[in-house]
Each structure stands twice: as C-alpha cells, then as structure tokens.
Design a protein around this ligand. Structure first.
Ligand code: NAP
Length: 288
C-alpha cells in the first residue's frame, strides 16, 4: 500500500528534544504499517521557530510534531488551524502540503480516546482537574467541548486560570485547599492530575494524599504522568479502591491522531496501540 509519506521524513521539534519519545512512538507505527518514512528529532531553540519554519519543506518533511517551547508560537504561523488547535491556541502537529502549513492539536482528542479505552464517557460527568498548565488547558477545553457536566480546575493560583473559566460555562476554577475544592472533590465522578507531581525526574510530590479520601468511592483517578507508569497518586488511589489510569493512553492516542493527519488516512487504533506499547513500555520501565 502506498501512502503520502512514502520517501518523506517526519520529525519532532523542540528544545530540549533529546528525550522526546515521539521518534520511538511514531517509528513503531510507521514500521508496523510498512510505510517507508523516517521520523527524527530536530532541535529548534526557543524563539526561533518562525525563522526555522520556511525552510521545513526543503528538509523533505511531510510534517512535524511540536513540543516545548513552540506550541503557542506556531499558531500565527499556520496557513490553516484545526478547531482544536484554535480552541487551545496551541499546535502540536503540523502537516506540510504543497508548501503550506496546517496546524492541528491532538492532545485533548488523545486524552478523550484514552478515557474511552477505560470505558469512561465524559459527557455529563462532574470532573475535578488538579493543575492548570498547558496539559490541563487542552484536557479541560476538550472535555468541555465533549459535554462534560461540570469541570472544576483546582490550582494554586486561580487568577492565572480564570481564562479557562471564561472559555466555557462548564468550567470553574477553585483554589487548592479551599472549601470549594473540598466540595468539588466530594462531588467528582472523575479526578485528573495535570501537575508534574510524582513524575520521574521531578523532585516534587503531593504533600499528602488525604484529599483522595474526599472522592466518592466510584470515581476513577487519572494521572497524565506515564513515567513512572504507576505514580504514588495512583498507588494511593488504588489502595482506596478507585479505578486508576495513567497518561500512557493519552500519549499514544495523541500520536496516532497526529499520524492520521500526516498520512491523511484513518488508522486502526488498537493495532497502533499494540505496536507502540511493545516498544515503549520496556523503554518507560528503564531506570525504575
Ligand atoms: P505545566 O504547563 O508546567 O503546568 C503544570 C501545572 O502544575 C501548573 O498549573 C502548576 O501550577 C501545577 N503545579 C506544579 N506544582 C504544583 C504543586 N506543588 N501544587 C499544585 N500545583 C502544582 O506542565 P504541563 O505541560 O501542563 O504538564 C503537566 C503534567 O502532565 C506533566 O507531568 C506532563 O508530563 C504531563 N503530560 C502528559 C501528557 C500525556 O500525553 N500523557 C501530555 C502532556 C503533559 P502553577 O501554575 O501554580 O505553578
């Protein structure tokens, strides 16, 4: 089967870029599909993506993924923007066709697909989101667009997250530790950690997991972190009888959605998931 990607290259851009898992993930899928295309990594320093972009088609690139610190800078440089990229004001996937740049963002869609894999449908759910950074933004706005009942963003500095509440009437912002925070936890039907607390290589952790005792018994607990595969948060939640999920599903699904854009064709998500997990899980277990 021939594809639009035959003989082309793909890459991830960012800075730092050497630890990006995108080459491993995307190459596993390309190889599984038998597509002759190589996926690499390109270091593009902060503030230089505008100067780098015009030369990208000359690198034989059919497209690229973008990570820190370029996701927002790419927005005004695109010829077209998908609805999701416009909604988050961030681009993580750029398709290059005929010298034009088409910006997409697959983060929120990847997260929702990972919920579906766990049998969780966000529609009408009351959701507590812990943290309000870049990942929380795409997750929260996508969940709101999917019809989640009420999303409470719990963070240290609510003033910095008010913009999320303005974007959707389904979203409100509360301060961690406040009465509203306690109430949001006691009503939550899903809890999502969107902070780096407990991530490998990050020297910070939840100071206490007592807040989990507030959650209703049936509420699943999700951590966007995938390294380690089971964080202390997930271990503590499991001890308390909650269904738990890590961020691996989001990571892989956002990549599958990106490859669908690059190749302009739908992919068998379960086949891609299996091909990636085979390569990725041993890598993630290294050093644990
Ligand atoms: P970010 O933009 O730096 O945001 C981090 C958020 O965590 C901020 O809201 C920050 O609050 C909050 N935070 C940090 N330390 C805290 C603490 N001690 N108490 C309360 N809040 C705290 O990071 P990000 O890009 O959103 O990423 C967040 C996590 O998601 C990372 O672990 C990342 O690996 C993971 N992630 C996973 C995927 C996936 O595919 N699974 C995708 C993206 C991200 P302040 O604003 O108050 O500092």
């Amino acid at each position: 089967m021939s594809s639009l990607l035959d003989g082309k290259t793909l890459a991830v851009i960012g800075d730092p870029i050497e630890h990006s898992l995108s080459p491993l993930i995307q190459q596993a899928m390309l190889d599984e599909l038998g597509i002759p295309c190589t996926y690499g990594r390109i270091r593009v320093p902060a503030g230089t993506v505008g100067a780098w972009l015009p030369g990208a088609p000359g690198l034989n690139l059919a497209g690229f993924n973008a990570t820190m610190p370029h996701k927002t800078d790419l927005v005004p440089l695109m010829d077209t923007l998908s609805d999701d990229a416009a909604m988050y004001h961030a681009v993580n996937t750029v398709v290059i066709r005929d010298g034009r740049f088409h910006g997409h963002n697959t983060d929120g869609g990847g997260f929702v697909r990972s919920l579906h894999d766990e049998g969780i449908r966000p529609k009408d759910l009351r959701i507590a989101v812990y943290g309000a950074g870049g990942a929380a933004r795409s997750v929260v706005l996508k969940l709101a667009a999917e019809g989640a009942g009420q999303i409470t963003v719990c963070c240290r500095t609510p003033a910095r997250a008010e913009e999320l509440a303005r974007a959707s009437s389904r979203v409100r912002v509360v301060a961690i530790g406040s009465e509203d925070f306690e109430k949001a936890l006691s009503e939550a039907e899903l809890f999502i950690n969107c902070t780096p607390l407990g991530m490998q290589g990050v020297n910070s952790q939840f100071s206490s997991f007592d807040f989990l005792d507030r959650l209703p018994a049936g509420a699943p607990v999700c951590d966007l972190i995938y390294r380690p595969l089971k964080t202390e948060l997930l271990k503590e939640a499991e001890k308390r009888g909650h269904h738990v999920m890590n961020g691996l599903g989001m990571l892989i699904h956002q990549a599958i959605l990106a490859l669908e854009q690059f190749a302009s064709m739908p992919l068998d998500a379960s086949l891609m998931m299996a091909a990636v997990q085979k390569k990725l899980v041993p890598e993630l277990k290294k050093g644990l």
